[in-house]
Design a protein around this ligand. Structure first.
Ligand code: PLP
Length: 389
């Protein structure tokens, strides 16, 4: 008998749990007819002019590698979008096109981190930041976004968490999972904090065009010393999740490193998807406006339903997520989410997937259809009663 000795695998990746949202997704996928309120995926089709442009582009033979940073023609259009929407003055060589917002953010971490560097992350926050750090060798340090403070961070509290190893402060506004839009004055204070402590500010603005109320301010519009890295995506604004196109904007030094990371992990985003993204930027805005209006209407209806049931936590000003308080269930948020999907065929994301602060809550995605939202919230409220502690 031969003894096989197989080498060990990456311990930091092994120790990592799968995203808590995925755990619910995996159950929901085995249940035909399940109401899916757990994923942030627009239920609208990609606008047809975008699809048609991609088809025409593929037919014309645009099926080769592009440059690693992305097509220059797309990056030039992104320059114009950044100026018009975000008031950021960028050059095409400061932009990298990645596989969705996630591709750009992950490449940015890899581009700036040395092993052991600490990264300040929002709690509750998008779970993927933490997952990326496991292989980008960063150390996650959570800062709280407390419900009683409207899910806004306390600048002094973040300041107290900064150590000589802190390299990056990550902010996400409009926020997943809270839907909070940080007021401009807070963005200014957070940027000043990054300047004072000489750290990078990674501003995840993947929901920048999904705003119901308030004003979205991009730190890179006024802080131009090279510390701000801004991330965007086509996924949410244009209902293009499966096309996998996003972009990250950073000064030349960081951008060049990001390009090297992308060069080595994906070569480039599919050429056809990049052409689809160009059509999105060139095309009419009416469908984007219609989607934002639909999310706003859903927000109002669903917030009313949750309020009536006494479990509304937040009334989001942007993105497309609502948080519901499930602390009255004896199960705890994670078990409640599993129980809800198994027993009532409704998927929601447990607050535990986003850190510790929202562990009494579940996240409901407003990107699902009106009918699914109404029915799903009804079943959720019923199940809360059935599992009351
Ligand atoms: N950032 C946040 C906060 C998100 O919620 C998401 C997706 O859910 C992304 C970035 C990345 O989106 P994508 O990679 O689909 O473009």
């Amino acid at each position: 008998m031969t003894t096989r000795t197989v080498p060990s695998v990456s311990s930091s990746v092994s120790e990592l749990g799968h995203s808590g949202i995925r755990e619910v997704v995996n159950i929901a996928l085995t249940m035909p007819g399940c109401i899916r309120l757990e994923v942030g995926e627009p239920n609208f089709p990609t606008p047809s002019h975008i699809v048609e442009a991609a088809v025409a582009s593929a037919r014309s033979g645009n099926v080769r590698y592009t440059g690693s940073a992305g097509l220059l023609s797309l990056r030039e259009k992104v320059v114009r979008k950044l100026a018009a929407v975000n008031h950021i003055e960028a050059q095409a060589n400061e932009i990298n096109i990645g596989a969705g917002g996630i591709g750009g953010i992950a490449a940015a971490f890899a581009a700036i981190l040395n092993p052991g560097d600490e990264v300040l992350l929002p709690d509750p926050g998008w779970p993927n930041y933490r997952m990326m750090l496991a292989w980008a060798h960063g150390v996650a340090v959570g800062y709280p976004l407390r419900p009683e403070a409207g899910f806004l961070p306390d600048v002094d509290e973040i300041s107290a968490l900064i150590t000589p190893r802190t390299k990056v402060l990550v902010i996400n506004s409009p926020s997943n999972p809270t839907g909070t839009v940080f007021p401009p004055s807070l963005i200014e204070e957070l940027t000043a904090l990054a300047v004072e402590h000489r750290i990078f500010l990674l501003s995840d603005e993947c929901y920048d065009e999904l705003i119901f109320e308030g004003e979205h301010l991009s730190p890179a519009s006024f802080c131009t010393d090279g510390r701000v890295i801004s991330a965007y995506t086509f996924s949410k604004t244009y209902a293009m999740t499966g096309w996998r196109v996003g972009y990250v904007v950073a000064d030349q030094r960081v951008s060049d490193n990001i390009t090297k990371v992308l060069e080595s992990n994906s070569s480039c985003v599919p050429a056809v998807s990049q052409k689809a993204a160009e059509a999105a930027l060139d095309g009419p805005r009416d469908q984007v406006m219609a989607m934002v209006n639909a999310y706003r209407t859903r927000r109002d209806r669903c917030a009313d339903l949750l309020k009536e049931a006494g479990i509304l936590i937040n009334r989001p000003s942007g993105a497309f997520y609502l948080m519901a308080d499930v602390s009255s269930s004896r199960l705890g948020a994670r078990e409640f989410a599993f129980s809800l999907v198994r027993n009532k065929a409704v998927g929601v994301a447990p607050g535990t997937a986003f850190g510790q602060v929202a562990s009494h809550a579940v996240r409901i995605s407003l990107a699902s259809s009106d009918a699914d939202l109404m029915e799903g919230i009804g079943r959720l409220v019923q199940h809360l009663g059935e599992t009351a502690g």
